[in-house]
Design a protein around this ligand. Structure first.
Ligand code: HEC
Ligand code: HEC
Ligand code: HEC
Ligand code: HEC
Length: 449
């Protein structure tokens, strides 16, 4: 009998190996920063990187749970249409399974009412411990939160560094608390029950390091206000630092094992580039479409000729007006013919094709004089002042046309142009690398043909 029991025990021991001693838990984090409203890339040339539409494909392919956070600057700017777009960006983040979105420099430029309303409606919690209502000193978003992923509880706290915001960058009705005192205030409560403490810091790298020196509690400090994503995990005091940027073109990934004493062992980090060979996710693209549909019918500040930018500059009176490329054709027939054959003369069609013809994010570079009183306005619905016209480069031409038509001694002279006038549009993600010799020869006209 005894022997039987021991045999049984032996057998069952073979069936079920003893559980390994408390398995190390996996810490996996995906980080975005500086998404700049890019739900999808703009499509200005083929081979473009970027877009949350690609981030989704990457996250799906990895198929493993991770903490997903944004360190700030997901909004593209502080104008009303940027806020409309941001609401759709936040929905895209929800589809991507994000846990928290920090307020960066650009979010901190919004008014207290706008931020409150965004924080109330957002499907992913907005966090910030130091962006507060100037009257009540209460945070406008959640100062911190807990998120449980794959058995690990993360405590996440957000800050934006006042030095990244600058003296004049803060939105109406807001105040910025000193990050260190904001952290000190919330840390004790946030620590309760959390395995890993994460600081989302929209701050420059040296400031991230200073915070690491002040607060050993954070295992991870994620940012930031940087020019390049960080390639290697960087240690500062007892924290690991990682930063990413680049208008949704770079996704940060961090992986480590959580030891029983709370340290992150075998940290690994990589930056995943959202290259053009990564297919875009249709589900995420619906958010870009929803934005375009909404902005098309929205009444925007930029639609109001009394409030457009040209007039907003105090003391500057713009005398010349935009007149349209046709008004140049009679006297500059040869230049006009060259222009007509160029892509510039069809630039608005590209927006129509992409249903982006009412999106102020796109119009300025595909029309004449958008944002000034005599330039393109959305109410023109593509009927005039469209395309990259003569005056998109040479500037408003009414004085020149008047003088050349009526005056015997014209005094007005267009300023000479150079490559820098091309790169106002041909830069960054909006153009293939601009080379004057390559590009100019395709549109060469005037004397310098
Ligand atoms: C900063 C200026 C700028 C902005 C803003 C801009 N574009 Fe462009 N776009 C360009 C330039 C410059 C090109 C030509 C790029 C090249 O030839 O490499 C271009 C080309 C394009 C093309 C390709 C045209 C063709 O026939 O090949 C499309 C489509 C396009 N843009 C769509 C958009 C959309 C949609 C937006 C807004 C989301 C946008 N653009 C915003 C400057 C801009
Ligand atoms: C009534 C005829 C007339 C019209 C209309 C006209 N131009 Fe001119 N333009 C001239 C003449 C004449 C000159 C001087 C000789 C030359 O360079 O061809 C000139 C010169 C220029 C120059 C050289 C720089 C300068 O200021 O002299 C540019 C650039 C130019 N025109 C652009 C334009 C543009 C853009 C338009 C449309 C907005 C336009 N012109 C409309 C007659 C005209
Ligand atoms: C994409 C920008 C761009 C567009 C669009 C453009 N030009 Fe030009 N144009 C230039 C540049 C650059 C030069 C050469 C540098 C200079 O002379 O300032 C030039 C030169 C000229 C000159 C000779 C200037 C001189 O000093 O003699 C004339 C005239 C002229 N353009 C007229 C036109 C007319 C008319 C149109 C529209 C049909 C037009 N351009 C469209 C950029 C442009
Ligand atoms: C106001 C914005 C703007 C400026 C300024 C501008 N471009 Fe462009 N450019 C565009 C856009 C938009 C397109 C895409 C047009 C399309 O194909 O739909 C484009 C396309 C081009 C192309 C490819 C299409 C073709 O015709 O081959 C060349 C080349 C080019 N630009 C040269 C220049 C040069 C050179 C300058 C400066 C002298 C310049 N551009 C200034 C907006 C601009």
């Amino acid at each position: 009998m005894r022997c039987c029991i021991s045999l049984l025990l032996l057998l069952s021991a073979c069936d079920k190996p003893a559980p390994p001693p408390a398995a190390a838990r996996n810490v996996r984090v995906h980080l975005t920063c500086d998404v700049t409203g890019r739900i999808e890339p703009c499509g200005c040339f083929s081979g473009q990187y970027g877009g949350l539409s690609r981030t989704q494909t990457v996250l799906r392919a990895e198929g493993k749970p991770s903490l997903r956070v944004d360190a700030g600057d997901a909004i593209a700017g502080a104008e009303d249409f940027h806020v409309i777009q941001y609401r759709h960006v936040l929905k895209a983040f929800a589809d991507l399974g994000f846990h928290a979105i920090n307020l960066g420099r650009r979010e901190a430029a919004l008014s207290v009412e706008t931020l409150r309303s965004l924080a109330k409606d957002s499907p992913v919690p907005l966090v910030s411990a130091n962006v507060v209502d100037a009257r009540t000193l209460e945070p406008v978003a959640r100062p911190w939160l807990h998120a449980k992923v794959d058995g690990v509880t993360y405590g996440i706290l957000g800050i934006v560094d006042p030095r990244s915001v600058g003296e004049t960058g803060l939105g109406e009705g807001l105040q910025l608390l000193d990050p260190a005192s904001a952290i000190t205030k919330h840390l004790p409560e946030m620590k309760q029950g959390a395995d890993v403490l994460v600081l989302l810091a929209f701050a420059k790298e040296d400031r991230m390091k200073e915070l690491a020196a002040q607060f050993f509690e954070f295992q991870l400090i994620l940012g930031g206000d940087v020019t390049q994503p960080s390639q290697e995990p960087e240690r500062a005091n007892r924290s690991l630092l990682m930063a990413t940027t680049n208008q949704s073109r770079a996704l940060g990934f961090f992986e480590a094992q959580l030891a029983a004493n709370g340290t992150l062992d075998k940290p690994k980090q990589k930056i995943i580039f959202m290259a053009d060979n990564i297919p875009q996710d249709d589900g995420i693209i619906t958010h870009a479409e929803a934005y375009r549909a909404e902005v098309r019918t929205a009444k925007l500040t930029i639609d109001d000729p009394q409030r457009v930018r040209g007039d907003a500059v105090p003391g500057v009176r713009v005398t010349a007006k935009f007149t349209g490329s046709e008004s140049c054709s009679a006297c500059h027939a040869e230049d006009y013919a060259i222009w007509q054959k160029s892509g510039h003369a069809h630039a608005f069609d590209a927006l129509l094709y992409r249903q982006s013809d009412a999106d102020p994010n796109c119009i300025a570079c595909h029309t004449i004089g958008f944002g000034s009183e005599s330039g393109y306005r959305r109410e023109f619905a593509g009927k005039r002042m469209t395309h990259v016209g003569c005056e998109s480069c040479h500037g408003p031409g009414s004085t020149h046309v008047e003088q050349r038509t009526l005056s015997k001694e014209p005094t007005f002279k267009f300023r000479p142009l150079a490559a820098a006038d091309c790169t106002t549009c041909h830069h960054g993600e909006f153009s293939r690398t601009f080379e004057w010799d390559e590009f100019w020869k395709l549109i060469a006209h005037g004397k310098k043909k």
